[in-house]
Structures are given as structure tokens and as C-alpha cells.
Design a protein. Structure first.
Length: 324
């Protein structure tokens, strides 16, 4: 990063950003990509790019775009979300089809089917490839855009043991994150057709995401792409170990077999609030986040090794015992 060659990326003159965008587009099986500061901006640039104000987006109720983006789709782009509750966060054509609005002067215009893979709120759950294919078919036949929030799609590909493009090339547009599992300090991207990405570049500027000598952070993202994809399965293995360590005690509500990737959702059995539980963990050096009522989330990542998993397991069990 310190040695990155830089230029003004607002004028498309930063060679390191260009390299990153080309590498990302290539890996994702899309024509072009655009570097953005955050996953939220990636989603919001992409949704704006695919829609017009007054459109409706069919998605899953636990989706990041529903829960964690400060209502940006409605505030920034005048969009309405149509969230579906589904087991494990996985949508099927049978669930989505009835939500597609017929043409009628009263209705919003359904324009996008949006998936999230892996699904964060569903504990890092992975879409089976066949489910993606059948939803893509539905989107095609009904003339809808097919969008993937792929902030965590690298983990999905690692779990399925397929090249990431096997998943991402099926979508009209996709967002990915370089900082989550991949471990870069900053950055996400939107990938789509060359024509769409031209539009996305204007939208990114409008949303305040045009950055000047940004090659220094793009270099970190490039490093992550080149070095940190293969090690994701280590995170998955460690997350499973953490889940098994905790489940063995009988102190928590959890199913270690449902831990497919790097996210572990831990259900608390005692009366203590998830917020208080996380504060107690934090005071002992273990950082987990509250994840809804009586649930907390742990994520294995680049900076967590086998000994850290053992130590975290001990601390989480200790704290749970202290609330019995
Ligand atoms: C983290 C995340 C985002 C948003 O990323 P930020 O960089 O925090 O804005 C979007 N989608 C999913 C599924 C995520 O996990």
C-alpha cells in the first residue's frame, strides 16, 4: 500500500484502482467493476443503477439492505423493499413469484430480485447453486434485474469449492467486499456490464464516493484478492470448532452443523440481555456483537488463529456460567 502507484481516480487516472477493478471484474465473471468505499455504498450504487424511483425490490427479510443500511434505498433512491421471510434466508421461485406485481396503475413497479450470499443474518448461510439458477430463470422470464449482495460471496464460493464466478456471473450486477473475510482495511466493489458501470460511476460521484489518490487503499484490496481467498476455509473450520466447543456445554441454543462459513450465531439461554453479555465478553478481550433478541454473533477472520478460538471458547463459556 505504501508503494502503490496512484493518480486521480475521479478522472479515472489511478492505475492501482484500474488494476483492482479489472482483477475483480475478471474473478467475478462480469465485464467491469467499480471500487467504492463501503459495502453499503456498493449496494446503494447498484440498486440505484438498476432501478427508477418508485420501483420495488424483492428481497429477504433479514437482508443487509433491509436491516443495516439506514433505509438508504428509500431515502437515496425512492425505492420500496418487498421483504420475504424465508428459512435460512434462502429464497425460492415459489416464494418470489407471488410478489412480482402485475402491471396496474396502483402498484409499484417490481424491478429487481435481490439475494444475499452468504446471508449474514442467517448465520453465513450459503445459497445452493440450483436455487440461484432457478431464481435467475424467474428473473429472466419476468424481465426483472437479478442482483447479488455478495459482500460475503467469497465465503460462499470457498464453501461450495467453486470459482466465485460460478456464482456471480449469473447476476446482472453484484457487490463484493474486500474488507470483511478478505481482510483488506477498506473497500468494496460493484460489478456488472460496462454500460452499467459507466452509470454506476456517475452515481458513486453523486453519493460522494468519488475518491482521488485512492490507489493506496485499492492496493490493500488487490493484495487481499491475490493472497487471502484460499485461506477462507481456515476461517470456516475455526468457526465450526468454536460452535462445537460452545454447543458441547449445553449452555447455548445453537446448531454447529448449520455453521457453513465463518459466522457463528450463539443463542443465549439465560435471562441476561445480549448487549450485557457482549459487554462482559468485551471486558475480557472477546469482541462479539449483539445479533437480535438473545442472540450474539462471532466471526472468524484473518486475525483469529486456532489458539484464539480456544481462548474465545473459554471466555464465552465462563461468562455464560457467571449468568446461570
Ligand atoms: C457488511 C455487509 C455489507 C455492508 O458493508 P459495509 O462496508 O459495512 O457498509 C453489505 N452486505 C452484507 C451481506 C454485509 O455483510
Amino acid at each position: 500500500m505504501a508503494e502503490a502507484e496512484v493518480g486521480d481516480d475521479v478522472f479515472e487516472g489511478d492505475p492501482t484502482v484500474k488494476r483492482l477493478e479489472e482483477a475483480a471484474a475478471g474473478l467475478l465473471g462480469q465485464e467491469a467493476a467499480l471500487f467504492v468505499p463501503s459495502g453499503t455504498m456498493a449496494n446503494q450504487v447498484a440498486l440505484r443503477m438498476l432501478t427508477r424511483a418508485g420501483d420495488e425490490i424483492i428481497c429477504e427479510v433479514g437482508a443487509h439492505i433491509v436491516n443495516y443500511e439506514v433505509a438508504a434505498a428509500s431515502v437515496l433512491s425512492g425505492l420500496q423493499l418487498s421483504p420475504i421471510e424465508s428459512p435460512g434466508g434462502i429464497l425460492t421461485p415459489e416464494m418470489v413469484e407471488p410478489r412480482i406485481r402485475p402491471e396496474n396503475i396502483h402498484h409499484p413497479n417490481t424491478s429487481v430480485i435481490a439475494l444475499e450470499n452468504t446471508h449474514n443474518r442467517a448465520g453465513g448461510n450459503v445459497y445452493p447453486l440450483e436455487a440461484i439458477w432457478s431464481l435467475r430463470e424467474l428473473a429472466r422470464t419476468r424481465g426483472l434485474q437479478f442482483y447479488l449482495d455478495g459482500a460475503r460471496v467469497w465465503n460462499a464460493a470457498a464453501y461450495l469449492e467453486v470459482p466465485v464466478s460460478e456464482i456471480t456471473s449469473r447476476f446482472d450486477a453484484v457487490s463484493v467486499c474486500f474488507s470483511k473475510g478478505l481482510g483488506a482495511p477498506v473497500g468494496s466493489a460493484v460489478a456488472s456490464t460496462r454500460e452499467n458501470i459507466k452509470t454506476a460511476r456517475r452515481i458513486r460521484k453523486m453519493f460522494g464516493g468519488g475518491m482521488r489518490q485512492v490507489g493506496i487503499i485499492a492496493a490493500g484490496a488487490l493484495y487481499a484478492l491475490e493472497n487471502n481467498l484460499e485461506r477462507l476455509i481456515d476461517d470456516h473450520r475455526r468457526a465450526r470448532v468454536l460452535a462445537e466447543n460452545l454447543a458441547d456445554t449445553g449452555l447455548f441454543e445453537m446448531a454447529p452443523k448449520s455453521v457453513l462459513t465463518n459466522i457463528v450465531v450463539i443463542g443465549l439461554k439465560s435471562q441476561v440481555s445480549e448487549i450485557e453479555f457482549c459487554s462482559a465478553l468485551e471486558s475480557r478481550g472477546v469482541l462479539l456483537v449483539p445479533f437480535g433478541r438473545a442472540r450474539i454473533r462471532a466471526v472468524a477472520h484473518l486475525d483469529i488463529g486456532d489458539e484464539d478460538i480456544d481462548e474465545a471458547s473459554r471466555v464465552i463459556i465462563d461468562v455464560a456460567r457467571s449468568y446461570l
